[in-house]
Design a protein around this ligand. Sequence first.
Ligand code: PLP
Length: 398
Amino acid sequence: MNSKHYIQMEEKFGAHNYKPLDVVLTRGEGVWVWDVEGNKYLDFLAAYSAVNQGHCHPKIKQTMLEQVQKLTLTSRAFRNDQLGLLYKELCELTRSHKVLPMNSGAEAVETVIKAVRKWGYKVKGVPEDQAEIIVCENNFHGRTIAIIGFSSEEQYRDGFGPFAPGFKIIPFGEAAAFEKAITPNTVAFLVEPIQGEAGIIIPPDGYLREVRSICNEHNVVLILDEIQTALGRTGKLLAEEHDGIESDVTVIGKALSGGFYPISAVLSNSEVLGVFMPGDHGSTFGGNPLACAVARTALKVLIEEGMIENAAAMGDYLQSQLRKIKSDSIKEVRGKGLMIGVELRAEAGGARRFCEKLMKKGVLCKETHEHIIRFAPPLVITREQIDWAMKRVEPVLS
Ligand SMILES: *Cc1c(COP(=O)(O)O)cnc(C)c1O
């Protein structure tokens, strides 16, 4: 079968909730992927930062193969010999007190919403059913009903109501607006350190530090959604490190398994996750030994193989190369580490057509909204590979 047949099958039998580029991939290794016709591409999306460690990392693969032959699922009705180790390693790495594993990013965000509401009632003393959570315009926290209910993106909400109450939307990057929105019933502020899906939007310097101190002053839980920004993507293990702060609760997912298996986690101080009692919350697959074993190795290779330092160095290099492109189409290049967005001018005719041209040259990028192209390759990318890609990117963009 060739690409055309696979695409026709998808179109005929699948729901049309995505508009992928018409490339049918069958194999991957490091930064490279191959389509069913044998063409090779450099992957500049890395599954929205879920394969930071590179495609089919050999050590993660080895762990996965070993674990599937031993034990895959116990449910949390019983204990397993991987979960405690993942807890301990995650807490030590991220200076957290408690961990709760889930499967998808959205599910971990839902988990935090439950936890901070309960914290509000049991610890802060908010009257029953009055808890408020403050979120930002142009946020992206996932696709469940509760989460899209506080999205400011019309398409994410259109046709899906009614939505859950208890959320207040404020502008991103404005600490003063946050402080003004706080009431005695505010339990938490949920924010991305850099807004990824909104188009790589970086807040003003010092924003997170101000937010941190406002949260302290008003006894509000600071929740950072680092599902996309964590695990080396911005050149630090957690993006919060750029501001020298610590959240109360951090949500991670995506690269936690290096792309092998769905796993996400809530990382918390002891007070917030401490409110959960047996029976309050759960997930059949959450914390299963296969996910935990894979995540442990995915974290280990990230650190041991210097991927975080490489993301910082290669991020600077890639950004500088992109900034060198002389083009009437480019409005701005922005990013941190290997989380980079190239914003095109409105007159350039949309980012999609550039992504389609890049695909024909062997470079896979995806548009974010109308006018932004994201450059977020696996963190194992080398200077030579960036040079290879730039030879193809430059002529398309200029
Ligand atoms: C991807 C993402 C999510 C949702 O994760 P899923 O695993 O797709 O549910 C939430 N928040 C941010 C910042 C993300 O990038």
